[in-house]
Design a binder for this molecule. Structure first.
Ligand SMILES: Nc1ncnc2c1ncn2[C@@H]1O[C@H](COP(=O)(O)OP(=O)(O)OP(=O)(O)O)[C@@H](O)[C@H]1O
Length: 303
């Protein structure tokens, strides 16, 4: 189990994280969300032992994770960190990069493991390709496979699919998170993308203003977002009479107290997002067809 206890950290004089505590069980998937600059990457780096804490403690099982003041070599064998900048070896092939830290004493196992990981990140066809000619997204997939190669006990992933195109993203997410669950590897994922969280994370923490403002399951946070920040992570929302209402929770009806004037409709695939004015305030709701500008319709909240 990862245990973070009252962690506080600042870069020089600039406070970044204050009194952060949480736990991650073996095999658990924890998502860290928050606005850009709130300290997600810094937190992952601290978990990896890249910096010294101002105060607090981090433990993996009974071992304390220590920063460079106390630990000459940054990092631990049981933990892998995939940063936003992936540090690969450009002049060797994809499979050599993945197998780089696997023992040559067991050539058969090394071959099997490399093949398995190439499949997880869907790069089997690129096994012999030199990393330097890969795209950004392909490099990110190599970095993920390489981090998984030595079967860590915990993975720290910083926006792990940010460079991957939408065609591959869905299946890659499923492969990687399924693999981590199968092998009972814990993971901490910093992300901006709700798709990395819903359906995969067991627990979420929300960082804001140097602190954890929420810690709960994705389902509970989605169903009852307490702040606009949390609601905005999940989708388009409105504040109506002080209540947070998602765009999909508003429906057009024949009669209601809420009359709106349509401004425009945005095509979103299986629905239209309609922008409208309610009592002088801009609101958004979903509808199955486009509505005309200036059209007046009634809406109601369905929860
Ligand atoms: N090496 C550093 N030295 C000084 N300040 C830093 C350093 N790295 C990050 N910061 C600052 O610390 C704060 C947190 O940055 P961090 O990269 O952890 O945020 P983040 O939530 O991961 O952002 P993003 O979502 O954009 O990646 C920011 O204000 C940033 O400017």
């Amino acid at each position: 189990m990862l245990s973070v206890e009252q962690l506080t950290f600042s870069y020089h004089k600039k406070p970044v994280l204050n009194d952060i505590s949480f736990k991650v069980q073996a095999g658990e998937n924890l998502a860290i969300i928050g606005e850009s600059g709130c300290g997600k990457s810094t937190l992952l780096k601290l978990l990896y032992g890249e910096y010294d804490l101002n105060s607090g403690h981090i433990f993996w099982k009974k071992q304390e994770i220590l920063g460079p003041k106390f630990n000459l070599v940054v990092g631990y064998d049981f933990m892998k960190y995939v940063a936003q900048e992936f540090d690969l070896m450009p002049f060797i092939s994809v499979e050599e990069n993945i197998g780089k830290f696997l023992s040559n004493f067991y050539p058969e196992e090394k071959k099997e493991r490399t093949a398995e990981l190439l499949e997880v990140v869907e790069l089997t066809d690129f096994a012999k390709t030199k990393v330097k000619i890969l795209s950004g997204g392909q490099k990110q997939r190599v970095a993920l496979a390489r981090a998984l190669a030595n079967q860590p006990e915990i993975m720290l992933l910083d926006e792990p699919f940010s460079h991957i195109d939408n065609f591959k993203k869905q299946s890659l997410r499923r492969n990687v998170f399924k693999y981590l669950k199968k092998k009972n590897i814990s993971c901490v994922v910093a992300t901006h993308d709700k798709e990395d969280v819903l359906g995969f994370a067991d627990h979420m923490i929300v960082l804001n203003d140097h602190k954890i403002i929420e810690s709960n399951s994705p389902e509970n946070l989605f169903k009852s977002p307490k702040t606009p920040l949390i609601a905005s992570f999940f989708g388009e929302f409105n504040s109506i009479d002080g209540e947070i209402i998602y765009a999909h929770q508003l429906q057009v009806v024949k009669h209601s107290k809420l009359q709106v004037q349509v401004k425009r409709s945005y095509y979103k695939g299986h629905f239209f997002l309609v922008e409208a004015i309610l009592d002088g305030q801009t609101i958004f709701f979903e509808h199955n067809k486009a509505l005309n500008p200036n059209e007046e319709v009634h809406i109601t909240v369905i929860k």
